[in-house]
Design a protein around this ligand. Structure first.
Ligand SMILES: NC(=O)c1ccc[n+]([C@@H]2O[C@H](COP(=O)([O-])OP(=O)(O)OC[C@H]3O[C@@H](n4cnc5c(N)ncnc54)[C@H](OP(=O)(O)O)[C@@H]3O)[C@@H](O)[C@H]2O)c1
Length: 341
């Protein structure tokens, strides 16, 4: 292994507003030696996700902040290149929450083996992984869409949103997406069968555009973005509407707190439900969710896209791209080829 180089990405200052390259440092390090019960891993794909922005702030949340001068970490698919564990062999493919590094060590409990025969390994970071499960549980448990109802989803062409819309279609709902480019609008309508899509960047009056796209009002609003887009959707709620509150990406980089319309009145007069959730709330049911998603995928009822940026050195660009809408589907970084390929 000694001829290989190793590098990791540290968070070296906390971003104010939109993060930039200045907040991160690429540091050359030694390839670590696995201890008894550990494996040495080569990163193949890493996932960049909007929630990571929250972890860059020093504030209390559902996960602790990233520590300064420590590697950023997240979902990673890796290959075992050396094993000192009875449970893993060289060549095994695994997934875990691991540091952004070319090589790292992990204990047996920190990673889970993947079967590349079941589905492409990258799907474990997307449609069959955390984002897919977020869509599945948030929509079905909180949104509970019924046949013929109108389901609106914002961030519709992203990893979570594109899955939400398709599951809502499987359940017989009329699906309206909100996304930020014509390419995304066309994809959602023509490839995924959304009934209508509003381009929030081009719409002008978004409330009016949504009103036209939702002539029967809104029964379920899967909120990925917050801000003015959500204000507009919430003004169109039907009686007994449900809002799975999944994300607020339009607010993650604001330097000052945003004050919008007070929505409690709308919720009250419509007997509507809004409920925040974190996908890990459903951890005990992940097996069931992944099985159903996998089955829909096999049956061709679910489709997915991945936006794969090549090269570890482009990880920060890929992460920042999430806030500029550069990704269609799940944003990934390809770091290395598996040795066997
Ligand atoms: N609650 C949970 O457990 C959980 C789990 C996973 C994800 N989430 C949340 O779910 C949301 C989607 O996550 P994802 O992983 O699927 O990301 P994603 O949708 O694949 O990527 C982010 C997308 O958000 C849109 N966006 C960025 N800035 C925006 C803005 N200011 N206004 C409106 N849209 C904006 C962009 O698309 P456009 O081109 O359409 O702007 C971008 O492509 C995020 O808010 C994330 O934090 C929550």
């Amino acid at each position: 292994m000694t001829e290989q180089k190793n590098q990791h990405i540290l968070l070296t200052s906390r971003p104010k507003g939109m993060p930039s390259m200045e907040n991160f440092t690429f540091e050359d390090i030694e390839i670590p030696e696995p201890q008894n019960g550990q494996v040495l891993l080569k990163t193949l794909y890493l996932s960049v996700d909007p929630y990571m922005r929250g972890r860059m702030n020093d504030t209390k949340s559902y996960v602790p902040p990233f520590e300064l001068n420590q590697p950023v970490s997240g979902g990673i698919v890796a290959e075992v290149v050396q094993s000192r564990s009875g449970e893993f062999e060289e060549g095994d493919l695994v997934i875990g929450n691991l540091p952004w590094a070319l090589y790292t060590t992990a204990g047996e409990q920190e990673v889970r083996k993947l079967d590349p025969e079941l589905a492409p390994i990258t799907t474990n970071l997307g449609i069959l992984g955390m984002p897919g499960l977020t869509a599945y549980f948030g929509l079905l448990d909180i949104g509970n869409p019924q046949e013929g109802e109108t389901v609106v989803v914002s961030g519709a062409a992203g990893a979570v949103g594109s899955t939400v819309g398709q599951i809502a279609k499987i359940k017989g709902a009329r699906v309206v997406g909100i996304a930020g480019s014509e390419e995304k609008v066309n994809y959602l309508k023509n490839e995924l069968g959304f009934d209508a899509v509003v381009n929030y960047r081009e719409a002008g009056n978004i409330r009016q555009a949504l009103k036209e796209a939702c002539p029967d009002g809104v029964d379920v609003y899967f909120d990925n973005v917050g801000g003015e887009i959500s204000d507009a959707v919430i003004s169109l709620l039907n009686k007994y509407a449900r809002i799975p509150l999944c994300g607020q990406i339009s607010l993650y980089n604001l330097e000052k707190q945003d004050v919008g319309p007070r929505i409690q009145g709308q919720l009250l007069i419509n007997s509507a439900l809004i409920k925040g959730f974190i996908v890990s709330n459903y951890a005990s049911q992940f097996g069931e969710g992944a099985k159903q998603l996998g089955q829909w995928l096999q049956e061709g009822k679910l489709k997915y896209e991945e936006n794969v940026v090549e090269g570890f050195e482009n990880t920060i660009d890929a992460f920042l791209g999430l806030f500029k809408g550069e990704n269609l589907g799940k944003q990934l970084v390809k770091v290395a080829e598996p040795s066997q390929s």
